[in-house]
Design a binder for this molecule. Structure first.
Ligand SMILES: Nc1nc2c(ncn2[C@@H]2O[C@H](COP(=O)(O)OP(=O)(O)OP(=O)(O)O)[C@@H](O)[C@H]2O)c(=O)[nH]1
Length: 308
């Protein structure tokens, strides 16, 4: 009677052990056990499939086989510390790993410590493949960056668009007001640009706008901010630049443009420029003053700079 009871318990125990083994074998997440030196003692099917190795190929190998060389030392140290440490659980962490063919994956790994049959600790690591999620996140991030760029930049020239440029101007005016720094701006407009479009077509007109703004960017200081206000009208914000220096800078721009040839059609372009300096005492908007000066430059025949 007593023997029959023991027999039943033994059977239940064996069944439970078999179930546990089968669960580990068939679990959809990769599981491995490493010895205190980091060598594989157990790998389940999902682990092998994920990395593209067979169980025989992995058992006895060091776990850094799948880790990129740059992370090997760090992960070996973490493994040693975990084996020797007090904590039975390791925090979830994201890692980049590579499969047998060198393909790169992102995983989330979480670990637990168990005792081996020799009484020494073992590390059990559970891994989940998050490569697709990571790639999706990366694509979303890039799409958001692109949207953000489009919201602030002009597509044709890559310059700040009107809205972003006026915001920068507002910020520079606040800075100038607070610290008493000089601030000049210039508005320039391509002379008779309509004729370029009419003669060579809109595509060549676009090329001319792009090339002219590139040349302006090369001629000015890197701290100057170029903005496309709209059409063939542009704004330059020149922080910490006095009026006369701004005028000289824009004369250099005018000369550089007038002596260059643009597009495949070798077109000549000139620009008219109005310069204005920020002054708290003036109530009129700095932009309007620069714009008026630019029209005076146009009235004077173009290809010149007028100070407001
Ligand atoms: N190709 C091209 N043309 C543009 C763009 N934006 C505006 N334009 C053209 O720029 C021309 C501006 O013409 P107007 O305002 O008459 O000025 P303009 O011919 O330069 O004459 P002034 O300004 O008086 O020297 C128009 O023909 C617009 O169609 C653009 O993005 N690409």
């Amino acid at each position: 009677m007593i023997d029959k009871g023991l027999e039943q318990i033994y059977q239940l125990f064996t069944r439970s052990k078999r179930n546990t083994e089968n669960i580990i074998k068939t679990a959809p997440l990769g599981i491995c056990v490493t010895d205190p030196d980091g060598h594989f003692e157990m790998v389940n099917a999902a682990y092998c499939n994920f990395y593209g190795y067979t169980e025989e190929e992995l058992l006895g190998k060091h776990f850094t086989l799948m880790v990129s060389p740059a992370n090997r030392d760090q992960l070996t140290t973490l493994h040693d510390e975990f084996i020797k440490g007090d904590s039975n659980q390791e925090l979830r962490q994201e890692w980049e790993v590579h499969g047998r063919q060198g393909d790169v994956y992102t995983i989330i790994a979480e670990a637990a410590r168990i005792e081996g049959d020799d009484g020494r600790p073992r590390k059990v690591t559970f891994i989940v493949d998050i490569t697709e999620r990571k790639q999706l996140e990366e694509r979303l991030k890039k799409a958001n960056e692109r949207l953000d760029h489009l919201a602030h930049h002009d597509e044709l020239t890559g310059l700040f668009n009107r809205r972003a440029g006026l915001q920068r101007l507002e910020e520079e005016q606040q800075r100038s007001k607070r610290y008493g720094n000089a601030l000049s701006i210039a508005i320039f407009d391509l002379d008779s640009f309509k004729a370029i479009n009419d003669t060579y077509g809109h595509g060549i007109g676009d090329d001319a706008l792009r090339e002219v703004t590139e040349l302006v960017g090369q001629t000015l200081r890197s701290t100057d901010i170029q903005v496309r206000l709209g059409g063939e009208e542009f704004l330059i914000i020149m922080p910490e630049v006095e009026t006369q220096a701004a005028k000289r800078a824009m004369q250099r721009v005018c000369e550089a443009i007038a002596s260059a040839r643009f597009t495949s059609q070798q077109i000549r372009v000139t620009v008219s420029t109005g310069v204005a300096c920020y002054a708290e005492t003036t109530h009129r908007c700095i932009l309007d003053r620069a714009d008026d000066a630019m029209y005076k430059a146009k009235e004077a025949g173009g290809n010149g700079v007028v100070i407001a």
